[in-house]
Design a protein around this ligand. Structure first.
Ligand code: DUC
Ligand code: ZN
Ligand code: ZN
Length: 471
């Protein structure tokens, strides 16, 4: 009996985290069922014409439709957020279900499932955010949810509504250790930020650019060091998210050199933006690039590139946090140009993450194509319990693929598919971008048009992290 394929992608120059090979990719029922030369004809055919084909991206850190204190509201919901992801070559997203202090983790999850269900174009999962580690959460709820497939959670060392103290962090890290979950840590020292912010405010320095002054690198360095020490005490791996520059990198290198299992994430803003993008004068335009930690300077960008090339970083995520600029629910709350303390933190990046790293990393000669795949797809899939279903091109894996085009193209917000009214990367030139994205065997983006898969995106129950030695 001859094989039946719904789709065959021919003449693919496949790149995985470890290999390159030329082959045809046979797809049936949304899954890769055969890799080989001269596969029989499929119902639908695509000629990749020897272009690079990578696994669809796994964005392990994005905020989509996350409730905010009024009047702030995220611009992207699971329709527009996952549409933008697809057009940027990302086929799986893991966003956050944030516990509200005084409420359960379960009620946050119910809310997020309702927000995604029937709207997502791609498969998705949720990290928990633990903001209120009560005895009930620590002894019952969190262990049970990890067993149910929510195998990662984030804790914050800053932000009043989310932050945990060291003793609470130790408690949740112990739960991660006992239940084999991945603990992600937002490492910035809350008290230092508050102290600096008050001093800046007293001096009338409230323009957006002073956001960066309120969060200098030592604030991140100290918290990174403390997070490492806490994880060492509990003897559990951690993943430090959105690492911005040299001082945090040094702490992570130190930890690794002492045999500690400290994983690290960085994001496009630390490669392509600097603190000057928050303003060299007091213009409110700087609010466009207010995120935490803030972008640093050119020398720190190089430190981040070095860490991407040499293996320091495990994953490369967007930290997509979609707030409109010229909007009463975005960077101008209630229509006002507010002091930096009140500007919502975060920038959009879900659609540009893959292309920026492909262009300047791979085509710019800074990282290998294998490393690009590892950082953007394979490692996030492993860290968050989705591998090998996601993050690779292999028989049995979901048919999530990207075909890449090369050439120069300017980034323009009008060409993007998110619901945000700007991109911080406006005017930058890309050297490569997704010419075609296949999601679960469907052509969802052909370089010009997006083909909705409304509601076809599935919630993914996850395995324990597989970057770690299994117990
Ligand atoms: N910082 C965060 O911690 N989360 C969302 C965006 C940001 O800038
Ligand atoms: Zn964070
Ligand atoms: Zn974030």
């Amino acid at each position: 009996m001859s094989a039946h394929f719904d789709l065959v992608v021919r003449n693919a120059h496949v790149a995985t985290a470890s290999d390159y090979f030329n082959c045809d990719i046979g797809i049936r029922d949304g899954v890769i069922v055969q890799l080989g030369l001269d596969l029989p004809k499929g119902e639908r055919e695509i000629d990749a014409a020897n272009r690079v084909v990578t696994p669809g991206g796994v964005d392990g850190h994005c905020h989509i439709d996350q409730p905010m204190p009024p009047p702030i509201r995220m611009a992207d919901n699971f329709d527009t957020g996952t549409r933008a992801a697809v057009c940027g070559g990302t086929t799986t997203v893991i966003s956050f279900a944030a516990q509200v202090k005084g409420s359960s983790l379960k009620s946050a999850l119910d809310d997020y499932h309702a927000r995604a269900f029937g709207h997502a174009h791609i498969d998705h999962a949720f990290h928990l955010i633990v903001s209120d580690p009560t005895t009930e959460v620590l002894t019952n709820e969190l262990p049970a949810l990890i067993k149910e497939g929510y195998t990662s959670f984030k804790v914050y060392m800053t932000y009043d509504d989310l932050k945990l103290n060291d003793s609470q962090i130790l408690d949740v890290l112990e739960v991660a250790r006992n239940n084999n979950a991945m603990a992600m840590i937002h490492a910035e020292n809350a008290d230092c930020i508050e102290w600096l912010t008050r001093r800046l405010e007293a001096a009338g320095r409230t323009a957006p650019r002073f956001h960066a002054h309120s969060r200098p690198m030592l604030v991140e360095r100290e918290a990174t060091h403390r997070a490492i020490a806490l994880s060492e005490l509990v003897d559990v791996p951690i993943l430090i998210v959105h690492v911005s520059g040299r001082e945090a990198v040094e702490q992570i290198r130190w930890a690794r050199s002492h045999g500690l299992r400290v994983f690290a994430e960085t994001c496009p803003q630390y490669l392509f933006l600097t603190a000057e993008d928050l303003g060299i004068d007091d213009s409110y335009k700087g609010a466009l690039c207010v995120c935490s930690p803030p972008p640093r300077d050119k020398a720190n960008q190089q430190v981040i590139w070095d860490g991407l090339a040499d293996g320091l970083f495990t994953v490369f995520s967007s930290d997509h946090a979609p707030f409109r600029f010229d909007a009463v629910d975005g960077k101008k709350p209630d229509g006002d140009e507010v002091p930096f303390r009140h500007i919502p933190n975060g920038i959009p990046g879900i659609e540009t993450r893959m292309s920026l790293l492909y262009s300047e990393g791979v085509l710019g000669g800074r990282i290998t194509l294998n490393r690009f795949v590892e950082l953007t797809a394979t490692n996030p899939a492993k860290a968050y319990g989705l591998h090998p279903r996601k993050g690779t091109i292999a028989v049995g894996s979901d048919a999530d693929l990207v075909i890449w085009d090369h050439g120069n193209r300017e980034i323009r917000n009008t060409d993007l598919h998110h619901a945000v009214d700007y991109t911080p990367y406006e005017g930058m030139t890309l050297r490569g971008w997704p010419a075609l994205t296949v999601v679960g065997g469907d052509i969802a983006w052909d370089g010009i048009s997006f083909y909705p898969r409304t509601g076809k995106g599935r919630y993914l129950k996850r395995l324990p992290p597989s970057l770690l030695p299994q117990p």
